[in-house]
Structure formats: structure tokens, C-alpha cells
Design a protein around this ligand. Structure first.
Ligand SMILES: [Zn+2]
Length: 270
């Protein structure tokens, strides 16, 4: 088994979206200045011997982001050759070779290229799929990170969805690889990926259930961009317990400092 971490470009946003109140005021500093920071966009590919499993698919640079929209709270910066297809091609993998795609959630920086994986079982939480599809159907998306164009593309592609029921934590995919249902928090429901590797040890990918190490603490610190803050804390506690039980290294969703320490493709963990 080989685990590749893919570098799919970067986004920028106000740091308080990642950790609420990180630049809070004080008597001494009554008008703190917002900090505009870079965050990595990442995915993971597992070569499990009989096929490939992908965790998240990155931003769709061509159709979803308007480069000159100066009011966007989170611009994406990436080159064409840094997107998911060329990254996979460099490893000798075509989208049709991927048998499973585990989607952490359906925000545009994770689901932008999901429509390419027509041969795959697409695994995510039932609640994330159902609630975001409901918003899509009602034309109810606001200016947030779900994009109509992504959902249109999911439907046109006729994807093979496999939905994890609410309350079911583990979903075994192949031996040593599980989707882990972290529940509600950042969005309607977040799904992680757990991978057991004999040499490198176990990994637990959290995506945006924990943006950065500061969110886990202790103490747990909620992000500014959040769907349900009370459930977020429960979800973070579940992750902490799961990682402790499995002795897994936690890979945060958008942690620039941690990302700089990781081996990215073509290097791999095994
Ligand atoms: Zn994200």
C-alpha cells in the first residue's frame, strides 16, 4: 500500500475564518489588523494494490473561480498542471482507474473535480449529500463554498454515490482503509480517511473537520467559518479519541505549517 499526498495549489483567506478570534482585540491592542493567509489545497491517493482510492479532488480552476472577482473571501491560486488530473497522470493514474473517491464534504475546494471519477464509488456522509443536494434543488445556495456548477457536474456525470448513514462512524473500504464519519460541524457532515501503513504508521485525514492544529488544541478552538459550533466540538473530540485509539497521525485540512513538513507526490508513505 502506498499513500500519496497531492499538492493542489493554495487558497487565501482571513485567518479568523480558520481559528475564530485568533486576532482578537485587547486593552493594549484594541483594533487588531486582520491577517490574510495562504492555505494549502490538498488531496490524498491510496494505491492499495488492486486499484486506487482518492480522498478529495481539489478546486476546479477553469469553471468555478472568477480570477478577477476582488470581493471573493477566498481566492484560489493554482496552475493548470497542479490540478488533480495532471497530478494523477504524473503517477500513471487516469480518472477511470480510480475505484473509490472518499469525499470529505462537497465544498468547492474539495469537490471541484469529483465529476471526473465516473467509474468510482463516491463515498461520503448521507447527511452531507442529502442536505447540500436539497439546497441545490431549492436553488438555495448562498455565497458560501458550495457551487452550483459542481452539483450540475455531479448530476451530469451520473456518479455512483455510497452514503454513510448518520451515526455510523466507520465504513471499511478495503483492508486497512476506512472512511470515518466525523458528523456535523464544519458542514452538514464531514468524512475523514483512515489509512494503516506498515512502515509509516497510521494516518487520519480530517479535511475541514479540523483546518489546523490550533483547532484541535487542547483546548479545542472553533473556526470562524462554521455550520454548527456545538457539534463541531463533539466532532473534534471524536477525532481526538479515534486518533488516540489507532495511534494515527492527524493530517489537518488546510494547515500550511504541517503541510510544509509532509512528503508530497511523487514521494509517498508506505
Ligand atoms: Zn476546505
Amino acid at each position: 500500500m502506498k499513500l500519496y499526498i497531492l499538492n493542489l495549489g493554495k487558497m487565501q483567506l482571513d485567518e479568523s475564518a480558520l481559528v475564530a478570534g485568533i486576532h482578537g482585540g485587547s486593552l493594549r491592542n484594541q483594533n487588531p489588523v486582520a491577517q490574510w493567509v495562504d492555505i494549502p489545497v490538498q488531496a490524498a491517493l491510496v494505491d492499495y494494490g488492486d486499484g486506487y482510492l482518492l480522498y478529495d479532488t481539489g478546486c476546479n480552476i477553469r469553471e468555478r473561480f472568477v480570477p478577477d472577482d476582488e470581493d471573493t473571501p477566498s481566492p484560489f491560486h493554482g496552475s493548470e498542471d497542479g490540478l488533480i488530473e495532471p497530478q494523477l497522470a504524473a503517477l500513471g493514474v487516469r480518472p477511470d482507474d480510480v475505484k473509490y473517491v472518499v469525499m470529505s464534504h462537497l465544498h468547492c475546494d474539495h469537490a471541484g473535480y469529483l465529476y471526473l471519477f465516473k467509474n468510482a464509488q463516491v463515498i461520503t456522509a448521507d447527511k452531507e449529500f442529502s442536505q447540500s443536494m436539497r439546497l441545490f434543488g431549492l436553488r438555495g445556495f448562498g455565497p458560501g463554498p458550495y457551487k452550483y456548477a459542481d452539483f450540475d457536474a455531479f448530476l451530469q456525470a451520473g456518479l455512483d454515490w455510497r452514503l454513510i448513514p448518520e451515526g455510523q462512524v466507520e465504513y471499511e473500504i478495503v483492508p486497512g482503509v476506512k472512511a470515518v464519519n466525523f458528523g456535523t460541524g464544519h458542514t452538514f457532515s464531514l468524512t475523514g480517511l483512515y489509512v494503516e501503513l506498515p512502515r509509516s504508521g497510521n494516518f487520519l485525514f480530517t479535511a475541514d473537520a479540523l483546518y489546523r492544529s490550533e483547532n484541535l488544541g487542547p483546548p479545542i478552538r472553533i473556526p470562524g467559518l462554521i455550520y454548527d459550533s456545538i457539534s463541531y466540538v463533539k466532532s473534534a473530540e471524536l477525532i481526538a479519541g479515534y486518533a488516540a485509539k489507532t495511534k494515527a497521525t492527524i493530517i489537518f485540512g488546510h494547515d500550511k505549517r504541517q503541510f510544509a513538513t509532509l512528503d508530497t507526490a511523487p514521494d509517498y508513505y508506505d
